[in-house]
Design a binder for this molecule. Structure first.
Ligand code: HEM
Length: 139
């Protein structure tokens, strides 16, 4: 009888674990606070970069920060609604080259390293952002 109870307990634990929902990328980043820290590092990287800083020279950084945080939060399945303009609308007229786009991705990687984000999570972030590339460069 005791053995059966033990078996049922173990089976229950196994099923419980198997059904545990995977953490969203938002949760793996410690939610909005973690995203805000990442975006602050990213802004610092851009602010100290000679190659791409000129794009941001006249941007309102507080507005950019808020927009980038809520966009990331939405993209990573967090409880946020991004209310800014579309990626195409924002980046049209900037004529961002492929080289500069790749450079900004490198700056984001620097920021992720600075925030000690694991390579596994970094890869997930980059794969969520990569599909947006077509609506950002050369427009
Ligand atoms: C996947 C890559 C990128 C994403 C997801 C992205 C997303 C965004 C978002 C969410 C905003 C702020 C929207 C708002 O105002 O609410 C923004 C603004 C901006 N982005 Fe990007 N961006 C990307 C790549 C780039 C690159 C490569 C550059 C330049 C080299 C760039 C230049 C800018 C600038 C200058 C602004 C500020 C515009 C302004 O307020 O005047 N972005 N971007």
């Amino acid at each position: 009888m005791q053995n059966i109870a033990l078996f049922l307990l173990c089976a229950g634990l196994l099923v419980g674990c198997a059904n545990k929902p995977a953490l969203s990328l938002y949760q793996q980043l410690d939610g909005k606070a973690g995203i805000a820290k990442l975006v602050d590092s990213f802004i610092y990287q851009i602010g100290n970069d000679e190659q791409v800083f000129h794009y941001f020279e006249h941007a309102n950084i507080t507005h950019f920060r808020d927009g980038f945080i809520s966009h990331m939060c939405m993209l990573f399945e967090g409880p946020c609604e991004y209310r800014g303009d579309s990626m195409i609308a924002i980046h049209t007229g900037m004529n961002i080259s492929e080289k500069d786009f790749n450079h900004v991705v490198d700056l984001l990687v620097n920021a992720m390293n600075e925030q000690n984000i694991s390579y596994n999570v970094q890869n997930k972030i980059l794969s969520k952002m990569a599909p947006l590339r077509g609506g950002i460069i050369k427009i």
